[in-house]
Ligand binder design. Structure first.
Ligand SMILES: Nc1ncnc2c1ncn2[C@@H]1O[C@H](COP(=O)(O)OP(=O)(O)O)[C@@H](O)[C@H]1O
Ligand SMILES: [Mg+2]
Length: 243
């Protein structure tokens, strides 16, 4: 295989991972839209009923219309938030683990709440450092999504995700651990391979971890690794302090 082919293959992977991210984005938007959309439809139903019965009062009517505007704004803000979140980073920016983690959690919080998944965070290391924040937030989101998948699939009681940061020697590290039972020994060496997925029947793509690893390693000069704990899988991002 020559270099041009390799380059194209990489572009293809990048495109596929974009598609997968977009699919997930649409799911999350749909989730966050359901409630306000239902409210808008209920309010407008109420208003047209009032008109039909010729029974409306100006002030009440205006109030309800304002509420509809507010809810519509919420819908459009949701889209903008996700748009921004999935944009590409061009330059490195100064940020902290807390900002990165909280930015990722904000995107997926409604889904986690609806699935009763608890997230516990502790930041032992929180100095600011330069990185590509959107890309790292996408990696963190990927890892949280995978944890969510295993917690739901294995119907874990008290499903929990622990996120913690610490300094280890000359590295600043972030760990994401779940209590989903862990990764079977036979596959643990393959999960970072492109297209490796155990979720084929549920349209898993198998590129989440591959892309996450390459983002962390190429862009951040860091490492992404995994080990099993007594609770489940623990993914670890490590960046050199001086990067
Ligand atoms: N937290 C986890 N616990 C158990 N297995 C996991 C976890 N995260 C990833 N895996 C395994 O790694 C595989 C590859 O993950 P990924 O690259 O994100 O692809 P996908 O999620 O589309 O299957 C998953 O199919 C799953 O078998
Ligand atoms: Mg995945």
């Amino acid at each position: 295989m020559d270099v041009t082919e390799l380059k194209n293959k990489d572009d293809l992977m990048m495109m596929q991972s974009r598609h997968a991210a977009m699919g997930e984005m649409i799911n999350m938007i749909a989730h966050q839209w359901r409630q306000p959309l239902a409210s808008i439809s209920a309010i407008s139903g109420l208003l047209s009923l009032e008109v039909m019965m010729d029974q409306y009062e100006k002030e009440h009517f205006t109030q309800k219309l304002d509420l509809i505007s507010e809810l519509s704004l919420e819908l459009s803000n949701t889209i903008n938030d996700f748009r921004n979140f999935f944009k590409e980073d061009k330059v490195k920016e100064s940020t902290t683990w807390r900002e990165l983690v909280e930015g990722s959690i904000a995107m997926i919080k409604p889904v986690l709440i609806s699935k009763l998944i608890k997230v516990e965070t502790v930041f032992h290391e929180n100095d600011s450092f330069k990185t590509y924040p959107r890309e790292i937030r996408q990696v963190i989101l990927n890892l949280i999504k995978n944890a969510e998948d295993v917690l739901v699939d294995n119907a874990i009681s008290e499903p929990t995700i622990w996120i913690r940061t610490m300094r280890e020697g000359t590295m600043r590290c972030l760990e994401i651990e779940d209590n989903g039972g862990g990764i079977p020994k036979q596959i643990i060496n393959h999960i970072f391979d492109p297209y490796f997925s155990t979720k084929m029947e549920k349209n898993g793509t198998g590129i989440g971890l591959y892309m996450s690893k390459s983002i962390v390693e190429k862009h951040g000069k860091g490492s992404l690794s995994v080990y099993n704990t007594r609770h489940g899988a623990c993914f670890k991002i490590a960046f050199p302090l001086n990067s």
